[in-house]
Structure formats: structure tokens, C-alpha cells
Ligand binder design. Structure first.
Ligand code: ADP
Length: 454
């Protein structure tokens, strides 16, 4: 009730009250029996008026409460309107046929339209033609399902590129439970969709690369294997020829066959490297774990490479603990790692020494180091040194290899749950350091990791 109407009502009651008082006075002039009856009636009337007065006061109090409640409702409505308008997601209210009745700022922004162009128009107008049939079918379906969540809709408009929105639609019901409209929530997921598309494309490309890599490794293994048979024949026959020419003291021919033999051996070494590496990559690497003394294995390996060092007048040294260091590892593979590192150290050192050291670390780990005083490796080349087929392009580096030795070392050390690093300075020498667990844990077969290209 408004304030003005309150006042009128109060004035009206006051008027009635003053008339009752006047009537009361008038009755005093009536004959006694009449006046008594009348006075009684008036007394009752006066009581009724008073009750009316009390009721009026209560009404006024209720009115005030109502006004306060109205104020709160208005504030809440405004709050809802602000939330609706400024929500980060697009919110729309449509009738049951999808004609837009309300749209918040985000919805307007999603559709790149003015509010006036949006209100009163069917939402289907913003759906690309190819998707309209599906849109209408789902719209019909909502009446039954009452709510659809995560519906991916494409919104198309003339001014900007199409976007994909994740949509939730809900039926708005009246007091009788009848659907009177639809409430739409839309979230732009175009970026996520693009990222998903890129990811699946990358995954497909990755699979292709893996397959190409597998085929390459297989080809390498097959070709290397095919090389080995004729090479062994060449080496075998050149040895026979060497013996014959030597017997006849035909030194010129002996020298020529010796060159065939040494080049053949070099070639065989390269083929072996390729074969080893391709096996490591293509097959599953299985470590043949055994318990052995690592210091003894280092000494034996060095003894085999002693002659190589002597040819270049290099000193081969060891720095080993004075007690056996018992390890659990694949003896053959660990020896292959050591041989690759020591022969590289000899190959790339002209003057000085090669030192192989072994140190036990806490936590059952150990460090194996091969240090030389050779030509060294530049910081730039150190980044790539463990990649397959990487060789330093240097005028001084005339020694030819396959560029696979360190890639094999890297792959094997990974399988052994260890790490390999290099510390080197040009002209000063190199220090290859391998850290390994003292006991390699048996693991499932897995392909050896390859040092990623940097
Ligand atoms: P390869 O020795 O067959 O060329 P590797 O993978 O064993 O292949 O070595 C790759 C390259 O790393 C070598 O060509 C060489 O340039 C460099 N390198 C390896 N070990 C040393 C070392 N001890 N001192 C200097 N350079 C080295």
C-alpha cells in the first residue's frame, strides 16, 4: 500500500471515530430507555472502531515490512541482472522456438552483433546452414529432455570467423510446470578445439615419424647385415693372400693386400657400429645382467686397447679403487661403452695421455670417467655430440668414423638407468663421465632412447 493511501485510510478511520463520539453525545439527549440501548450500540461501535485502529496499525507495520522486502527484492533483481549482463559466458533467454528474448554482453560479443539485431530474431539464423537441421532437431528434443549440456555449436556471423561454443540449454518453466522459454549458456571453446586439432595432427605426425624411424632402423640393420658377409670374405681372403705374398717375399703385393685388409677392417668396424645401433633402436634392448668386478673389467679392456695407444705413443692410465668394485650390469654392453669412449680418446689425442677412473659414490652409485688430453670439443659441438651420425666438422678432424659410437653409448647408458655427460675444452682435452647405479635393476625390455636433436 502506498503512503498516500495509508494516510487516506487513517483519516477515514479518524473521521469514523469522531462521528462515533458525536453520536455518543447525541444519545445522551434521547429518552432514557432508548438512550441506554443506543449508548450500548454506540459503545460496541466505538470498540469496533478501536479494533479497526489496531488493525490499521498492524497493517501499517506490515506495509513497512513489505516495502523493506520489496527493496531487497529489487536489489536482488538488479544483482541478478548485473550477473547476467557481465557474466564471462554468453547467456541468452529465448522462447521455446529459439527466438532471442534476452542476451547478455558476452552473448552479444560472441555473436558480434548489436543487442537490437539480436533480440526478437531466431537463434538458428546464427548457425551455419549445414548444421541447422541438427540444431532444430535438438531444439525439439529439449522439450522432452529439459536440459542439454556440452552441446558443441558452431556460431557463424558475417563479420567474424565461425566459432565453436560449448552450450548448455535448460527449459524455463512457469508456476504450472509448463515450459515457457529456454535459458542458454555459451562458452567459446574455439581455442581449445584448435589446440585439440593441432595436438591430434601432431600425434599423427609423431606416429608417422616413429614408423619412419622404425623403418629406417630396420633398413639400416638389413643393409649392415648384407655388408658384413662380403666384408668378412674380403678380410678372410686378404689374410690368405697376405700369407701367400709374405711367403714369396713379395713385399709390394703384401703391402697392397695389407691396405685392403686394414681398410676392410675399418669398414667392418663401421658396419658393426651401424648394426649395433640399429639393433638398439629397432629391437627391444635386453640387458644380460650379471655380477662382476668392474675394476677387473676396466683393466682387461685397457689391455686390449694398449697397442692402439702405443702406436700413437700415448700413455694409458687408470685411477681405480684398490679393492674390487662388484657391480650388477651387462658386462658385454658396459665393455662396449668403455671401448667406444677409450678408442675415441685415443683416436682424438695426438700427445699426452688417456686416464680411465672409477669412483664409488654414496647411494650405491658410481662414476666412470675417460679423460684425454686431445683436441677437445667446442661447447657448440658438445650439444650435439650424442646425436646419431653427428661428427665434428673440423679441419683437424680427418679421422673418419660413423658418428654412431657416442649415440650407442648414450642409448646404452640410458637403458642402464644412468647418465652420460661431457666436459671439454678445445685444445685441452675431453672428459666423458658416466654415472651408473652400482646394481642395475632388471626392467622390462624397452627400446633404447635416442638423444633428441637439439
Ligand atoms: P665417430 O667416432 O665414429 O665419428 P662418435 O659418435 O664416437 O663417432 O663421435 C662423434 C664425434 O665426436 C667424433 O667424430 C668426434 O668429432 C667427437 N669426439 C668423440 N670423442 C671425442 C674425444 N674424446 N675428443 C674429441 N672429439 C671427440
Amino acid at each position: 500500500m502506498s503512503v498516500a493511501r495509508d494516510e487516506v485510510f487513517t483519516q477515514y478511520i479518524e473521521k469514523v471515530q469522531s462521528r462515533v463520539t458525536a453520536l455518543y453525545r447525541e444519545t445522551e439527549q434521547f429518552p432514557l430507555n432508548h438512550s441506554h440501548q443506543l449508548a450500548q450500540t454506540l459503545e460496541e461501535l466505538s470498540l469496533a472502531v478501536e479494533e479497526l485502529h489496531v488493525a490499521e496499525e498492524e497493517l501499517l507495520a506490515q506495509n513497512e515490512q513489505l516495502a523493506a522486502a520489496n527493496h531487497i527484492i529489487e536489489a536482488e533483481r538488479q544483482r541478478y541482472q548485473d550477473l547476467f549482463n557481465f557474466a564471462p559466458d554468453g547467456y541468452l533467454v529465448t522462447d521455446m522456438n529459439g527466438v532471442v528474448l534476452e542476451a547478455n554482453h558476452a552473448a552479444v560479443a560472441l555473436l558480434h552483433l548489436n543487442q537490437s539485431y539480436l533480440i526478437g530474431k531466431p537463434l538458428v539464423a546464427h548457425i551455419p546452414p549445414a548444421e541447422r537441421v541438427a540444431f532444430r532437431t535438438l531444439l525439439n528434443h529439449i522439450t522432452r529432455s529439459r536440459r542439454i549440456e556440452g552441446w558443441e555449436l558452431t556460431l557463424q556471423n558475417r563479420r567474424a570467423a565461425a566459432i565453436v561454443v560449448s552450450t548448455t540449454v535448460e527449459v524455463v518453466k512457469n508456476a504450472e510446470g509448463l515450459g515457457v522459454g529456454l535459458r542458454w549458456q555459451m562458452r567459446d571453446i574455439s581455442d581449445r578445439k584448435k589446440a585439440e586439432a593441432t595436438l591430434s595432427q601432431l600425434q599423427a605426425e609423431n606416429l608417422e615419424l616413429l614408423e619412419a624411424d622404425r623403418l629406417r632402423a630396420q633398413l639400416l640393420a638389413t643393409v649392415s647385415h648384407e655388408f658384413k658377409t662380403p666384408l668378412n670374405a674380403i678380410l678372410g681372403f686378404s689374410q690368405v693372400l697376405m700369407a701367400q705374398f709374405d711367403g714369396r717375399r713379395d713385399f709390394k703385393s703384401t703391402k697392397m693386400v695389407q691396405r685392403i685388409f686394414h681398410n676392410g677392417q675399418h669398414l667392418l668396424g663401421m658396419v658393426e657400429d651401424m648394426l649395433n645401433f640399429s639393433r638398439l633402436r629397432a629391437d627391444q634392448v635386453e640387458l644380460n645382467l650379471e655380477t662382476f668386478d668392474l675394476t677387473e673389467m676396466i683393466v682387461t679392456t685397457l689391455a686390449e686397447l694398449e697397442s692402439l695407444a702405443q702406436q700413437k705413443a700415448l700413455t694409458l692410465k687408470t685411477q681405480l679403487p684398490d679393492h674390487p668394485v662388484v657391480v650388477v650390469n651387462d658386462r658385454g654392453r658396459l665393455r662396449q661403452i668403455l671401448t667406444n669412449l677409450i678408442s675415441n680418446a685415443i683416436k682424438f689425442t695426438d700427445v699426452g695421455q688417456v686416464v680411465v677412473s672409477l669412483e664409488e659414490l654414496p647411494d650405491d652409485r658410481l662414476v666412470l670417467q675417460v679423460k684425454d688430453t686431445g683436441c677437445g670439443i667446442s661447447p657448440e659441438d658438445q650439444q650435439h655430440i650424442f646425436q646419431e651420425f653427428w661428427q665434428v666438422h673440423d679441419a683437424r678432424n680427418t679421422i673418419k668414423g660413423t658418428g654412431l659410437g657416442l649415440a650407442i653409448v648414450y642409448a646404452l647408458v640410458q637403458v642402464m638407468q644412468g647418465t652420460v655427460t661431457v666436459d671439454s675444452e678445445l685444445g685441452q682435452g675431453s672428459d666423458f663421465c658416466i654415472e651408473l647405479p652400482q646394481s642395475v635393476a632388471p626392467t622390462q625390455n624397452h627400446p633404447a632412447a635416442c638423444r633428441p636433436a637439439l
